[in-house]
Design a protein around this ligand. Sequence first.
Ligand code: C2E
Ligand code: CA
Ligand code: CA
Length: 528
Amino acid sequence: MNNFQRGALAALLIVIVGTAALAPAGIGLIVAARSERQQRVERLSILADAALYRAEDITRRLSGALGEIGKVNETPCSTPYLHALRQITLTHDQVRDAGAYDRDGRWQCSSLLGAVSAGTFDGLTLPPPDWRSSDGLSAWYGLARLPGGKESLVLGRDGFYITADPSLYVDGIDTDLAHEGRVAVINTEARRVIAGTPSTDASAVLAVYSQHKPPPDCSAVAVRQSASMPLAVIVSVPRETWRQRVRSLPWGWLFGGVAVGLACACWAAYFVVRRISPRGQLSDAVRRHQFIVAYQPIVDLATRRCVGAEALVRWKHHDRIVRPDHFIPLAEHGGLIQAITDQVLDTVLLELGEFLRHYDDYYISVNLSASDLTTHRFLDVLGPAIEQQGVRPQQIRIEATERAFLDADAAKDVISAFRRAGHAVYLDDFGTGYSSLSHLQSFSVDGLKIDKSFVDTVGQDAASSSVASHIIEMAATLDVQVIAEGIEREEQAAYLRARGAQFGQGWLFSPPLSAADFVRYAGETRTS
Ligand code: C2E
Ligand code: CA
Ligand code: CA
């Protein structure tokens, strides 16, 4: 996967994870809004039913009271008549007053005021009724009979009447939802509002009744038509009530949840992106111990006998074997190399511990990087590990390239500590760096490995092949061993041996082998 593909995948992941985190909140909001709307409609419907029930009940009771007056068998406005009216107003809570009027609508008497003698309440004549039923019932809506008096609902028949407080229709609705909506009761024949909750706009209510459309300041409306009376109730919920409910939603929690969801999404995306980065994958490999070790035999050039092997790490990644050149630099920069060095050592001791214990003249070379050479950490790991396996310190050798000498003073100190502990130390890839010679002088080492590039030219190019022979000469002067790397042809082996190189490593002898193959190879060259 190249960088572009990785970036695209990361962006896609962030989008997917972000959507996954936000989607539940979004869906939750939509569902909550729908369910709130649904509930609003249901509550409004319950309120409308209760309001209609109340309106019919009050109308029935008032008609009942009016009927009782009709049955009073006394001379209208006589003392016993007024006494009977008073009885009726007392037994019917809903009735404010009852009385009589003459043919011309002039007021005669009242249970409250008694006989209304001419002159006392002159001019108090009932106006034409707002509505008259086919059976002679008359109704006046919002009539104030006395100056400054309360507006009443007046029902009359055959010269007698009762008055009632219109708010009876809307105040005593038997549901705890009553406070949520506006209620208005209308006479559907007269197209008049009989009663309404405060601030009822009569013309708006009548428009709602005829058009079934909520008024502009209301979010929902319900209309119920009475089956037995010319009555309808109109119930609506002001938008403000709905807004208050929305405001009272636990927005803090909601936004908190979304924020936490987003943070989790970002964290998850970051985590995934890290995991799919090369370093993330290598770190995963370290955690899962995905490294294996190949052993490339090192032979005595004179006898061709195997004397040991170099441990070469490989990364087993999805059934592929990744060569160290592809991941060691990343491990070095990514702070993972020490863990890899430790795993190589563990594997060496696990696979070849018994072999080394048994054949104590064989050794295994381990490659170290700069960070392994700046402290004594690896030495502290190595000592107890080999002691536990019964492997001698001489059987584990150290290879370090010039790149590992970044901090020359620390490396010098660590190298001498390895040597004091009994581990031979080799300068790897000798001759390829700028200061190989100065390192050879300033670091006390046990040997050097001539880089393959100098071995390659042996027998081909006289000038550069002589580099190998100069290195061998120099090593002899300094009394350090020489191992020539990358020997592929017999003539190279012969040339190097003739110049004085004692040991060699390369495909001519053997490629890197598994532990079992290496043990076999060592056994074969021992007996031959
Ligand atoms: P190196 O230490 O110079 O290892 C020798 C490399 O040359 C190995 O490559 C080996 O397979 C290859 N080789 C040996 N003989 C021949 C030959 O005749 N012809 C050819 N063409 N190649 C030959 P490899 O295993 O890919 O290792 C590459 C480098 O990775 C090593 O170079 C070493 O610097 C590093 N490395 C390997 N294992 C480790 C380790 O455990 N830790 C550290 N820090 N570095 C390691
Ligand atoms: Ca090496
Ligand atoms: Ca080398």
